[in-house]
Design a protein around this ligand. Structure first.
Ligand code: AP5
Length: 214
């Protein structure tokens, strides 16, 4: 499986990519997760990226393309990949096309998870994420069994610093200005598939499997 999950912040890309990657045995590549790890470790890249992330702005393309090149070189990516939150701009999509050509691993599909903006702020603000394994929860729609503790691994659940209403609105503005044009970009290449992301999580998973033929 070699696919991209496209969609606005809070659409459910991370939730769906984690399950699908586990089930299919392919790499789950989330540029947001890679950046957050750099921020936690206080690397120079993390310090630079944080300036953008805290404001809800996109991190510069050259930084992101470098991270993706390194990640695709890891052995698990040879079996396939699910991109989550990448590409976010036409420059990134062009860069990915070149990288995948070099690796002779063409994309199979780009799945756009469609959710109206009105639902997205609430989804992001209520999200909690496991610090250890990355499992994603929501205080209302998917609460953990024990408050603040991950059901899967017992890790601590945290609230992302960019999941406040003001920053989510800035992220949505970035999405509409810079990422939404990728819908037409991939449609014109015959790769675009769409699923209704407002359905329950399991129904969205089934819809994704159906449109990618998995
Ligand atoms: P990133 O981490 O990629 O965040 P995002 O794209 O804004 O997406 P989210 O993680 O917010 O949402 P998601 O679609 O994964 O939804 P989730 O499954 O968690 O990026 C963060 C920042 O890093 C960016 O702002 C930017 O600064 C930088 N960055 C990252 N990649 C970059 C790139 N390529 N270029 C430049 N900068 C980059 O679900 C959300 C919530 O909804 C959860 O609580 C979940 O439980 C719930 N939920 C999920 N599905 C459903 C459902 N079907 N029904 C009800 N609730 C649901």
């Amino acid at each position: 499986m070699r696919i991209i999950l496209l969609g606005p912040p809070g659409a459910g890309k991370g939730t769906q990519a984690a399950t699908l990657a586990r089930e299919e045995g392919v790499a789950h590549i989330s540029t947001g997760d890679i950046l957050r790890q750099h921020v936690r470790e206080g690397t120079p890249l993390g310090k630079a990226a944080r300036e953008y992330m805290d404001k809800g702005l996109l991190v510069p393309d050259e930084i992101i393309l470098g991270l993706v090149r390194d990640r695709l070189a890891q052995p698990d990516a040879r079996r396939g990949f699910i991109f989550d939150g990448f590409p976010r701009t036409v420059v990134q999509a062009d860069g990915l096309e070149r990288l995948l050509e070099e690796l002779q691993m063409p994309l199979e599909a780009v799945v756009n998870i469609v959710v109206p903006d009105t639902e997205l702020v609430e989804r992001a603000v209520g999200r909690r994420t496991c610090k250890e394994c990355g499992e994603i929860y929501h205080l209302r729609t998917r609460p953990p069994q024990k408050e603040g503790v991950c059901d899967r691994c017992g890790g601590e659940l945290v609230h992302r610093s960019d999941d406040n209403p003001e920053t989510v609105r800035a992220r949505l503005a970035e999405y509409h200005a810079k990422t939404a044009p990728l819908i037409e970009y991939y449609r014109s290449r015959g790769l675009l598939r769409e699923v209704d992301g407002t359905q329950p999580v399991a129904a969205v998973s089934e819809a994704i499997r159906k449109v990618v033929g998995a």
